[in-house]
Design a protein around this ligand. Structure first.
Ligand code: HEC
Ligand code: HEC
Ligand code: HEC
Ligand code: HEC
Ligand code: HEC
Ligand code: HEC
Length: 309
């Protein structure tokens, strides 16, 4: 705390110097629009400290170049500034950060309220696919990191697909592809979700909401606007959960999934490898139990189950 206080004092001195030398800046800079006695900052810190963005389970992955753009907040900001994408970042971040305030907001760039601006809201061409762009308003910020790293390989001439490692699959966080109706394997591309088409700001509307809650958990109070008051989300998610269990059992029986839920390395008929891919895509990585794209999720699960029966 002491160093913080001292740092604050130094910063204020600097600002006073700036202010006395520039009358233009004097009108613009204001620390107190943010640093005051309200919970403007602390209310967000509390939420973030509950979220894995804030606890940083995997932030140390940011030391590797291939992971830095998504796993280090600092490397993400640098990547955006340089116009790079997560797959083209060439250096790791020796001092990686969690996904903190500075990752998503332009904190301390103009020292005005404008610094709450998001670091980017530009549409995101998904790097694992050709000509597929996620364009969901402010949710584009999220899609930069929450996109798959891989699409499934094409089948070989014998119609087989190799499962090459126990980390095989699209990688964590393929939610943007799910909303677009791509990234699965058992059926061709589905349509983009009505939740993608109808909800302005996509991820941000559903995971931050009008109260700007920063735990990043889904905000379900907004669902009733379209679904009515007695919408039973649990039963809808249960239907998907049952299909997931059924698919998981079939994959284990065929030896493609081990008891811990990891893929078993091997060469399998394309339809079976696709079923395994979709299990990972939906059950392990997407995490919404169908909400992100209900029809596409259901189609994939049903086709995958049929392929194994
Ligand atoms: C747009 C709002 C905003 C403005 C304006 C602003 N700050 Fe900050 N400040 C923040 C945020 C957000 C943090 C990071 C809090 C966190 O990491 O939890 C922060 C952190 C700090 C810290 C703690 C150390 C650090 O860098 O994280 C100091 C000191 C600080 N600000 C000083 C200032 C001073 C001095 C000014 C005016 C010249 C100023 N701030 C203007 C939002 C703002
Ligand atoms: C800089 C990359 C990055 C950005 C931008 C980002 N995320 Fe994340 N997100 C991650 C990473 C990495 C994790 C996993 C963190 C960990 O385990 O350390 C994560 C985790 C999450 C989780 C928790 C998942 C779980 O399994 O509990 C949610 C929910 C989430 N993000 C939503 C969002 C939303 C909504 C946005 C946009 C407002 C967003 N993220 C922006 C990288 C990012
Ligand atoms: C395109 C962005 C992106 C890249 C590149 C990326 N990740 Fe991730 N990673 C994510 C997101 C987003 C999550 C959180 C997904 C969720 O929980 O839904 C995540 C989650 C993880 C997790 C799980 C963390 C947890 O809390 O369970 C591990 C481990 C991980 N990543 C390792 C890596 C490694 C190692 C690399 C580099 C070889 C890497 N990631 C590259 C986006 C990325
Ligand atoms: C993963 C990305 C992410 C992180 C991390 C994050 N925010 Fe946000 N924050 C957002 C998004 C997205 C919004 C909604 C912006 C909008 O609707 O214009 C938002 C909104 C806000 C707002 C309301 C701004 C306004 O214009 O009304 C404040 C204040 C804020 N965040 C502060 C913080 C602080 C403080 C931290 C760190 C403790 C933080 N945020 C961390 C993404 C993030
Ligand atoms: C229609 C609103 C809606 C939209 C749009 C949406 N989500 Fe979700 N998301 C949900 C709901 C509801 C869940 C399921 C939460 C639950 O079951 O606890 C969820 C689950 C998740 C999870 C898994 C959380 C966990 O705890 O494992 C992540 C990560 C996530 N969403 C990220 C995103 C990202 C990133 C985007 C945009 C690319 C997005 N979501 C768009 C509503 C939405
Ligand atoms: C802008 C309007 C809108 C909002 C807001 C919205 N949805 Fe939807 N949702 C739809 C439409 C349209 C459908 C497809 C029509 C249908 O099946 O009812 C749908 C379908 C669904 C389905 C599949 C229903 C089924 O019968 O299988 C689920 C689950 C769902 N939404 C969950 C959610 C959740 C959870 C939220 C809030 C986080 C939400 N929706 C917010 C428009 C919306």
């Amino acid at each position: 705390m002491q160093t913080r206080t001292r740092f604050m004092a130094v910063m204020f001195t600097l600002v006073v110097l700036l202010v006395s030398t520039s009358s233009v800046l004097a009108q613009e800079i204001s620390c107190t629009v943010c640093h005051d006695d309200t919970t403007l900052i602390t209310g967000k810190q509390a939420g973030l400290s509950e979220a894995v963005h804030g606890t940083g389970e995997a932030y140390l992955r940011g030391t590797s170049a291939g992971c830095a753009g998504c796993h280090s907040g600092g490397a993400f900001s640098a990547m955006v500034a340089q116009g790079l994408t997560p797959d083209t970042v060439e250096v790791g971040d020796p001092n990686p950060t969690r996904q903190d305030c500075r990752t998503c907001h332009a904190v301390h760039t103009s020292y005005t309220e404008a610094d709450w601006a998001l670091e980017t809201t530009a549409a995101v061409p998904l790097f694992a696919f050709e000509n597929k762009t996620y364009d969901g308003g402010k949710g584009n910020l999220c899609a930069n990191c929450h996109q798959p790293r891989r699409a499934i390989d094409a089948a070989d001439p014998n119609d087989n697909i190799a499962v090459t490692s126990t980390h095989w699959g699209p990688h964590h966080g393929p939610q943007s592809a799910m909303l677009l109706g791509i990234g699965g394997a058992s059926v061709g591309a589905g349509g983009s979700s009505f939740h993608y088409k109808m909800i302005e700001d996509s991820c941000v509307t559903c995971h931050i909401g009008p109260n700007m809650v920063h735990t990043f958990e889904a905000v379900t109070s907004g669902c009733s606007e379209c679904h009515g008051e007695d919408f039973d989300l649990d039963s809808k998610q249960d239907e998907i959960a049952k299909l997931i269990v059924e698919l998981g059992e079939l994959l284990k029986a065929k030896g493609l999934l081990d008891e811990e839920g990891h893929p078993v390395v091997g060469i399998y008929p394309a339809a079976e490898a696709s079923a395994l891919w979709d299990f990972i895509f939906i059950a392990i990585e997407d995490g919404s139990l169908g909400v992100h794209n209900p029809p596409y999720t259901r189609d994939l699960l049903e086709a995958a189950i049929a392929a194994l029966q």
